[in-house]
Design a protein around this ligand. Sequence first.
Ligand code: NAD
Length: 499
Amino acid sequence: MRQIDHFIQGYAGSGAGVRKHSIWNPSTGEVQAEVALGDASVLEAAIANAKRVQPEWAATNPQKRARVMFEFKRLVEANKQALAELLASEHGKVVDDAHGDIQRGLEVIEFACGIPQALKGEYTNGAGPGIDVYSMRQPLGIGAGITPFNFPAMIPMWMFGMAIAAGNAFILKPSERDPSVPVRLAELFVEAGAPEGLLQVVHGDKEMVDAILDHPAIAAISFVGSSDIAHYIYSRGTANNKRVQAFGGAKNHGIVMPDADLDQVVNDLAGAAFGSAGERCMALPVVVPVGEDTANALRAKLIPAINALRVGVSNDPEAHYGPVVTPEHKARVEGWISTAEAEGGEIVIDGRGFTLQGHENGFFVGPTLIDHVTPDMESYKEEIFGPVLQMVRAKDFEEALRLPSEHQYGNGVAIFTRNGHAAREFAHRVNVGMVGINVPIPVPVAYHSFGGWKRSGFGDIDQYGMEGLRFWTKTKKITQRWPDGGGDGSNAFLIPTMG
Ligand code: NAD
């Protein structure tokens, strides 16, 4: 059985007695590997390395740090196909989607290549008589990232790309369900010229996460995962005086106005609701047509489009989407479909009990459409995270605006319309962090920033872009005055006064 171990400089390897977690191949339903689950002593070994290498890395000029980023980008690109296949085999998403996972992470690495420009501080010449004021961004020291299973390449790169370029050492605790690609990325980072010990990977579950939360040498933690855990990470991490950003679950709505191009909407929904088996925090699992005519017309077009979706193994190039990640998750998604039915939702297309011929043990869920869902239903309030599209019919624009605004999650939302005024009004008033206008998955590009609101995001600072840089640095403000040193004491140091 393939063994996956921590990536820690000088680490002797986990012995036979340690706790292990099984890694599935979700397409076949077989266990394909085991990952070692670490504890506080494993973390200690990583911290010791990080402490040793971080000061020198921080003192390395930013253009040299950028060169490591450039080389890392080149190496990831050169290894992309192998990385995508490995990722798909552990996660279950199709290889094409796995390429997207890597690509969106690489775009943050590209942004991090511009670190010399991004790190330039502010300067005021002559803020008072002979007085200049300037600011600089300094790294925090050691940062940690705790990441979810659903983007095992992109989300680690969001975090360590910015943290390390800014001068920090970084310890990554990836999901124990698909840990191989994060380890490969750390290996490639060393190959790119980074000092060993700068980017390390520790594996584990709650025990390791708690060790990270409590370790005094870790200055900041970035977390992405489900909301209850995000809230826990935020509370315990900030109680320990760390800087924490913790992003949680989602239930993104797509509002369809009566004037929308319905063919385009159906095409967008096929990708946004079902792609990656719905296991994306920016998926679009709720569609809100405005008016009964819109709802009926949309439903008529959606049914054949959903029935035409091809479910397949992750390396089937024709497959639209693959299996979900574990057998427990398959049972959970099917459980939510049953709950929706019991609550009065109409199961228009039922994905429960789906099996793929030749792969009967794979964790597949068929595409599902549920109509007449209402806001009081538990299946509407909670995240399903599967290939399930729920339709909530709204009578007018105001009702459609209220639904995502009042939902507990506030990650992403989209509106489909040809009316600029409606779109503008919606974008300004909706209580959600990321908005798409005729864009179903509005993940901002790497030079903007990413972050949801309400129970989708705890903490004040977004991921990546200049926000990411702010998260991984602290600002030092310097007010300077250089007396002329004339020697007669007339120019003794004065406390500067402004204005
Ligand atoms: P998860 O919360 O189960 O796990 C995330 C991380 O937390 C993993 O590294 C895991 O080991 C750790 N963890 C799990 N249980 C823990 C516990 N009790 N104590 C401490 N740590 C624990 O999430 P997941 O199932 O891996 O990922 C899916 C979730 O992530 C979904 O809710 C999805 O919406 C969310 N997500 C959010 C975003 C975003 O940007 N908002 C992006 C991707 C995924």
